[in-house]
Design a protein around this ligand. Structure first.
Ligand code: FUB
Length: 318
């Protein structure tokens, strides 16, 4: 018996991940993780939190009113869920042709792969001030880059937290939006993955208040839409809920909570992936810094019930 602890936990279906020491990335602050499996490796594409530097104000920088300070993105990979390789900066705000150069607003990114190309979508403050955030695209032929940034943001995707999803028939969809109220939108993407195809729909059928961070995946012909929300509107911290559908754009049926809200970290943001036969949920918490906007990526195992519903993930935080 190689590891009796793992076998006992699997038997009892307990959502504890013996492999990870949360948080899994400790040398920089990371948040909003998208986890994907490419070429046998598990890749993580998070945003990066940094502390505000007062010196920047002298250079004309606009202070972020919500406190998030984010200037570039790293990519990470692992094959054992213990050792994570940092592949360095893959996209930086200073290199975004349409970006506001004195802003620090590179919020939650997401990536997908189609026909030999990796499509990396990211929100950023636009120089033309056409919105709080616009969503841009960078492409690469390798999951670690180098990524080449498109000259303009994508028309029709104003907002935050892009989440591309490609269905089994090859049709790509984009989910995005954020802020208070039900502002989650979905739309088909064109074959080139650089423009929207048709009218976006507002996904209104979520009974709990949607906040941000959509992540869609498919398992056994069920579309799972997972999202942070404020069920308790008196409390601004977020729990992660999910809804299911037989169609990628709904209607969705709300099914419950995957992770309870944290008392001490006002955001959460998830992605769910299967790697080496085990499902995982990646999320973030501020358990190293104890500061709301200096967060760290964590991971725990996730389990499904026989009927396809998701068991609650209990975060293993140190
Ligand atoms: O990281 C900045 C913002 O906080 C993200 O875009 C949201 O999902 C929330 O995590």
């Amino acid at each position: 018996m190689k590891n009796p602890g793992i076998i006992i936990l699997i038997c009892f279906n307990i959502s504890i991940n013996l492999f990870s020491q949360n948080p899994i990335i400790k040398h920089i602050y990371t948040a909003d993780p998208t986890a994907r499996v490419y070429n046998g490796k598990l890749y993580i594409y998070p945003s990066q939190d940094i502390a505000w530097n007062k010196e920047w104000e002298k250079l004309g920088a606009e202070k972020e009113t919500n406190g998030h300070v984010m200037t570039d993105y790293h990519a990470f990979s692992t094959t054992d869920m213990i050792n994570y390789t940092d592949h360095g900066v893959i996209v930086a705000q200073k290199d975004v042709p349409w970006g506001n150069k004195v802003g620090y607003g590179m919020w939650a990114p997401c990536i997908t792969y189609k026909n030999g190309t990796y499509y990396y979508y990211f929100p950023n403050k636009p120089a033309d001030k056409s919105g709080f955030r616009q969503i841009g695209l960078a492409t690469a032929t390798n999951p670690e880059g180098p990524f080449s940034i498109e000259p303009n943001y994508i028309q029709g995707l104003k907002g935050i937290d892009p989440n591309p999803f490609i269905d089994d028939d090859g049709q790509a969809y984009m989910y995005w939006g954020g802020g208070k109220g039900n502002s989650l939108k979905g739309v088909k993407l064109s074959d080139d993955m650089k423009s929207v195809n048709g009218q976006a729909i507002l996904i209104k059928d979520l009974p709990q208040e949607y906040k941000e961070g959509p992540f869609v995946f498919k398992r056994n012909d069920i579309y799972y839409l997972t999202f942070p929300h404020n069920r308790d509107t008196k409390n601004s911290t977020e729990e992660i809920g999910y809804a299911i559908s037989k169609n990628p754009l709904g209607p969705f049926e709300y099914k419950g909570t995957i992770m309870d809200r944290f008392e001490d970290c006002w955001t959460n943001h998830q992605s769910i992936v299967q790697y080496k036969k085990q499902w995982y949920m990646f999320y973030h918490h501020n358990n190293i810094s104890k500061v709301g906007n200096l967060r760290s990526v964590c991971v725990d195992s996730l389990f499904f019930n026989k009927d396809g519903t998701i068991q609650k993930v209990i975060p293993t935080l140190r």
